[in-house]
Structures are given as C-alpha cells and as structure tokens.
Design a protein around this ligand. Sequence first.
Ligand SMILES: NC(=O)c1ccc[n+]([C@@H]2O[C@H](COP(=O)([O-])OP(=O)(O)OC[C@H]3O[C@@H](n4cnc5c(N)ncnc54)[C@H](O)[C@@H]3O)[C@@H](O)[C@H]2O)c1
Length: 324
Amino acid sequence: MKRILVTGSLGQIGTELVTALRRHPGVELVVASDIKMMPKRDGGDDGPFEYLDCTNQRQVEQVVRKYEVDTIYHLAALLSAVAEERPQVAWDVNLGGLYRVLEVARQNQCAIFFPSSIGAFGPGTPRDRTPQDTIQRPTTIYGVTKVAGELVCDYYHHRFGVDARGVRFPGLISHVAVPGGGTTDYAVEIFYEAIRNRRYTCFLEPNTRLDMMYMPDSIKAAIAVMEADPARLEHRNAFNIAAMNFTPEELTAEIRKHLPEFRMEYQVDPVRQAIADTWPRSLDDSAARREWGWQPDYDIATMTRDMLENLERKLRITEPGDQG
Ligand SMILES: NC(=O)c1ccc[n+]([C@@H]2O[C@H](COP(=O)([O-])OP(=O)(O)OC[C@H]3O[C@@H](n4cnc5c(N)ncnc54)[C@H](O)[C@@H]3O)[C@@H](O)[C@H]2O)c1
C-alpha cells in the first residue's frame, strides 16, 4: 500500500491527480501540498494537506517523515510563460526544488515522479513525430530546467538507485482547475469563452500545431508509469506520451460542430508564439507504448464533447445566468 506526497497539488494537474490517487487501489494515503493554501471546502476534506515549499528541503523532509511517504509526485513548478517572466525564480523552483525533493527521496527511499514537457525540446529538434531520444536544445528557461530535470532524475537512478520515473506531457486540457500560465493555455480558455461569450481571442496563430492531451489521459499516464514493471523499462524517465495534436483553427472547427455560432479572433502574443514555434507538433510515443503499455483514450472529438459537457455543467452552477 503506497503512501504518496504530491507537491504543487493545487495546480492544473495536482487538483485531479490527488483525487484520482485517493481512489486508486493500492494507495493508502495521499498527502496534498502546495505553497498556496487549500481553499476550505464544505463537507470536509478527504485527506491531509500540508503547506510545503519544495525549495525548502527541511520542510519536504519533515512531511515525508511525518506521513512515512514512499512515493513523491513532484508537480511544483513555474510553467513556460510565467517562467519566461521570472527566469531566476523558475530556476530555483523548477530545478532547485527538484534537486531537494530528489535528495529527500534518496535519503528516505522514496520513488519519485517528475513531469517533463514538450518544452524540453527546442528549435533543433525534429518537430513532427519527435523521437524519444533526439536533440534537446531548448531556448526557454522552462525547457532548460526540464532537460536538466530529466538528466538529474536519470542520474539519481543510476548513481543512487532512486526509482525516479516520468513522462513528457504535451499541452494539457482540463475543466477542473484553470491552467497555470503555459503556452498551450489557449486550448483550455477557448472552451470557457466559447460557453460564456461564444467568442475567443487566441494568443497563438491559427495554424500553430502543438501536441495536446486531455487530463484523464495524463492522470492515467502518471499513475501507470509509476506502476510499470521496472524490468520492462529501458527509459524509465521522460517518456514521450501523445494523444492528439491540432491547431487553434482545427479546435475552433471542432467546437463549432457543437456551438455553430462560436467565433475565433486572433491577437498574437509574440512571447508565447515564439515558445510554441520551438515545440514539437507531434510526439512519437512508441517507447511508452512498448515499455509500459501506454495508450490514450481521448482524441480531439471525444475531448471536445467531454469538455463542453463538463464545463457547461460547472459554469451553470458557478456562474448562473452568465452564459452566452
Ligand atoms: N499543464 C500542462 O500543460 C503541463 C504540460 C507539461 C508539463 N507540465 C508539468 O506538470 C507539472 C504540474 O503542472 P500544472 O499544470 O499542474 O502547473 P500549475 O502551474 O497549474 O501548478 C503548479 C503548482 O505548483 C505550486 N508551486 C509553485 N511554486 C512552488 C513551490 N516553491 N513549492 C511548492 N509548490 C509550488 C503552485 O502554487 C501551483 O499550485 C509542472 O512540473 C509542469 O511543468 C504541465
């Protein structure tokens, strides 16, 4: 029975990962943690929450010992667009935080999950069916910390035997928590605005193709890679995983099948466009499929239908009478 700590648990991924892990067979306890405080919820919480700054090794250590944690999902990070605004903080949190969590994992025999990203690739990387092992020379501070993170996780495994595993997430689409300042946030915002106002102003160009995934698939991947038979793992870390790829124009067309009056406008943000232009358009995920049976459940059509259904329900409750 696993005892799990999730750092950065109030973010887009953590919000849903904690819920999924708490229901997952073989999991005894899930400690949620963040530098933001947990909002008070009616009906009580379904598990412990700790204030935890991942750059503070003592704090990480105290929480790991207090709950006898054996597995850490280390999600705390600054996302690509935010990191570009505050590169020094991004270095401290994304790499300094990971290093400290790895040290605690080493000293307390914990397994660790580290989420890398399509941002770990750069302009020199083949952009279509990007191979598992290829050129990684990212030009963003986010990408630099992700490549270094992949390498230091591998190092801790080879050098110290720490069971560090992870995947490279594409842009993630979800309806529970809002995204935290990434380059693919448009693919979430578009659904909120389609329902609220029937129009959206996109910050990427209409033909910007990027690799994307629906949150249920990313949660499935994060859990599955940690449960994979280690004997079958050749890579262990930084697995490419893929589900769908599309442009803002193609997503608009898909949404229009459900909301024909939806209109898209464009006001390109040069910073985020420049980041997107260096990222893969699609990933080759054959290593993940071969080594631990990765397979996504959602494509653009099933994701769009599910997003619209769930968000319409959510906004009807949280913003009654305010929908277009
Ligand atoms: N969302 C995506 O599209 C995506 C894609 C690829 C990779 N990832 C990676 O997955 C992980 C989680 O992403 P997310 O989308 O949930 O991010 P998010 O920005 O939504 O959440 C990150 C959380 O980390 C917390 N945090 C920031 N600094 C911290 C610190 N010093 N100590 C503890 N907590 C801190 C924040 O308060 C926030 O709640 C990140 O490593 C991110 O790089 C995300």
